[in-house]
Ligand binder design. Structure first.
Ligand code: TRP
Length: 688
């Protein structure tokens, strides 16, 4: 080997362009050919002009043992010649390490398979012109690209080999043999794959290979027998970018999977970011919009209401369940769905002292079909009415919806009637909630407002436009009805608004009846305003337990099917289960649209369990399933991915079951509510 050293010294001047290099051991030259073939077969590149294999650097001279070094250009990154994204990351020019390693593994594996299967490297000869015509320039490596300078004699025939779908030219004089000459090929690891920049933006990918070829003991420098020239059919389509080896397909698959994971990761990071943004997005809760992630603790703090503490619940229990008016605390109370209050203690004081109180709630009839979320305050109110055995007034704010919804066009006067009609339709659903017919008065603002008018005037005089604008966000462009409306929602908080129903006309002491308002927390602004001016409406302030102020009990929002952000809208068909939905619709909506907090795969679900906090099916079960023990079990099992309720599918099925029953029963009760029945409930009469 030492004598070869002199020959590899780089010629200082271009004296004569003659390729002169030491003759590699047979195992090395055979390995080089096999590697050139496998690289082409794995990457799908045809080794040719653009993607030429470099001259082999004769590292076998310097290094101990039979080693070689060369590189193969894979063409422009993302270019057509390189079918695989070899995973260059960023702009630092370095190949992604894992991908580089995987590619080297694949090449090594394929090369050794070829050796093990003893796929012979067929050698044949042809004139240069003929070979180029037949196989194209792809057969050459860099050293061979230029035809040797014509000498007088006819150029010697070109040595070619065929290996795994590829024909390669062999430089003059190498001692290659069949694969039998080489026992194994080992690729040296390290930073051998790189991405180089050629030109402004064109990035070229290059694989650098350093290998060690172990030869057979008795390997000699004999050439294999010449074979038949390989027919074009065998090697077609040589120039097409096509992965030709199984190892290449495996590699591609690994890369695709990896790419998928990277994409997924990017996606979930992006999602996280938007979610975070949404979280940080200011929470908005007012009667007209509910936005952002609701932080109920913060809400209570901002609004200045109070959390319903266990002691207060115990007191509520004592004056209701213990007195035998109701069998148990409502699940909405047990589960903290009604979670906040104002002056609930004072109401309980009154109940304890057997002093009269009344309940007030309401609904703005914006659509004829009510959904499950709309039931929440009414179900709570029904329970409270039974628990306290007290009168209840229900305000239907058809005026509100008329004033707040949509544009008022020249000929849209009729849509006031439209909302008035919705009142009747919604009243059917409300009546179906099981209130006490003798103690419940449902009224439409449009026809009852006259009785409340004295109180409305008093509230109007007590509240400035600036205050209303500040609370509700109105401004000079708001129609004057909007600015006037809060007084109308405030008025029923005063018993004196019901001279007949609460008998205040005959018994002025009834003016001091305390009022409790169950509502969703977004309605609180109306009643903060009411409470601020309440004392002005009461004749004898000291006689009223709350100096005229209504007490409140607030619920959290019932989450839309798509997820726990904000409140449900009747306008999005698929965000809610309507009380008119069929069993099929319920099943379909839950299965297809209920946001799942479960994991993506069975394995992960069983390992980690679901995120109950965001899982709509579980959250809905909290609202509508009565059995505490079963709910707890579902929470435990689903939350940990174990037991009967380990999966989203099973929990959804349970929810569908529960909802079907509720909706069926509701529909049956609603069917009984004829026009006459509605009229009777909406007739002004004494509830005492
Ligand atoms: N503004 C409520 C809505 O849009 C209706 C309403 C009127 C109300 N009075 C109420 C709700 C008292 C709760 C309590 O639905």
């Amino acid at each position: 080997m030492s004598e070869a050293k002199a020959e590899i010294a780089t010629p200082k001047k271009k004296v004569e362009r003659k390729i002169s290099k030491p003759i590699p051991p047979p195992a090395v030259s055979t390995a080089l050919l096999i590697l050139r073939g496998t690289i082409a077969g794995i990457t799908g590149c045809s080794i040719g002009n653009e993607t030429a294999a470099s001259l082999m650097q004769p590292s076998f001279v310097k290094d101990k043992g039979p080693t070689g070094k060369f590189s193969v250009g894979l063409g422009k990154r993302n270019g057509s010649l390189c079918e695989l994204d070899v995973g260059m990351e960023g702009d630092d020019g370095d190949a992604d390490k894992e991908t580089a390693a995987a590619l080297l593994d694949a090449i090594e594996k394929a090369a050794n398979r070829i050796i093990a299967e003893d796929l012979s490297v067929v050698r044949f000869q042809m004139t240069r012109e003929e070979a180029v015509a037949k196989y194209g320039n792809v057969i050459f490596d860099q050293s061979q690209q230029k035809p040797p300078k014509k000498k007088k004699d006819v150029p010697p025939p070109l040595d070619l080999v065929y290996i795994e779908g590829l024909v390669l030219a062999v430089s003059p004089g190498p001692t290659f043999s069949s694969t039998g000459q080489v026992k194994s090929i080992e690729l040296q690891r390290g930073n051998y794959m790189s991405c180089v920049t050629a030109g402004k933006k064109a990035r070229k990918c290059e694989i650098g290979i350093k290998f060690k070829a172990t030869g057979l003991e008795d390997s000699s420098s004999t050439l294999t027998e010449l074979g038949e020239p390989v027919s074009m059919d065998v090697i077609e389509p040589l120039t097409a970018s096509k992965i030709r080896l199984q190892e290449g397909n495996d590699f591609a698959l690994v890369q695709q999977t990896k790419q998928m994971l990277i994409n997924k990761d990017k996606e979930s990071k992006a999602n996280e970011a938007t979610e975070k943004k949404r979280d940080e997005e200011e929470m908005v809760v007012d009667p007209f919009s509910v936005q952002g992630k609701i932080d109920y603790t913060k809400l209570v703090k901002n609004f200045g209401s109070k959390v319903i503490e266990p002691e207060l619940l115990q007191r509520l229990y004592d004056v209701t369940v213990k007195r035998g008016t109701v069998p148990y605390l409502h699940r909405f109370l047990r589960r903290n769905i009604f979670f906040s209050h104002r002056d609930l203690e004072a109401i309980l004081d009154q109940v304890e002292k057997n002093q009269p109180i009344f309940l007030y709630t309401g609904r703005g009839p914006s659509s004829s079909a009510m959904h499950l979320g709309h039931l929440v305050p009414f179900l709570m109110t029904q329970w409270l009415q039974q628990a306290f055995n007290c009168p209840l007034v229900i305000q239907m704010t058809d005026d509100e919806k008329f004033l707040f919804k949509g544009e008022y066009t020249e000929n849209a006067g009729y849509n006031l009637d439209y909302y008035a009609n919705l009142t009747v339709e919604n009243a059917r659903d409300i009546i179906a909630c099981g209130f006490d017919p003798d103690k419940t008065f449902i009224f439409s603002d449009l026809d009852y407002v006259g009785q409340m008018y004295p109180n409305i005037c008093k509230i109007w005089k007590s509240v400035t436009t600036n205050t209303v604008n500040g609370i509700f966000g109105f401004d000079g462009s708001s129609n004057i009805g909007k600015i006037a409306f809060p007084a109308i929602q405030a008025a029923p908080s005063f018993a004196s608004s019901f001279p007949v129903a609460l008998n205040v006309r005959n018994d002025p002491s009834k003016d001091n009846m305390a009022c409790l308002i169950p509502c969703a927390i977004d309605q609180d602004p109306y009643f903060r305003m009411t409470r601020d001016v309440a004392h002005k409406l009461i004749i004898n302030q000291n006689e009223h337990p709350l100096r005229g102020k209504p007490a409140l009990i607030h619920s959290k929002f019932f989450p839309p099917l798509q997820g726990a952000m904000g409140k449900m809208s009747s306008s999005d068909e698929n965000s809610a289960i309507f009380l008119t939905d069929t069993h099929e619709q319920i099943e379909k909506k839950i299965k297809e649209h209920a946001f799942s907090g479960g994991q993506d795969t069975k394995k992960l679900q069983q390992e980690l369990g679901a995120n109950l906090e965001v899982d709509v099916s579980y959250q809905w079960l909290r609202f509508f399933m009565e059995d505490d023990d079963e709910l707890e079990r579902i929470g435990k099992e689903y939350g940990s991915g174990t037991g009967e309720f380990w999966s989203t599918g099973i929990v959804k099925a349970k929810l569908v079951d529960v909802l079907k029953n509720i909706v069926t029963e509701h529909q049956a009760r609603r069917k009984e509510v004829s026009d006459e029945v509605v009229k009777a409930w909406m007739k002004e009469r004494c509830l005492l």
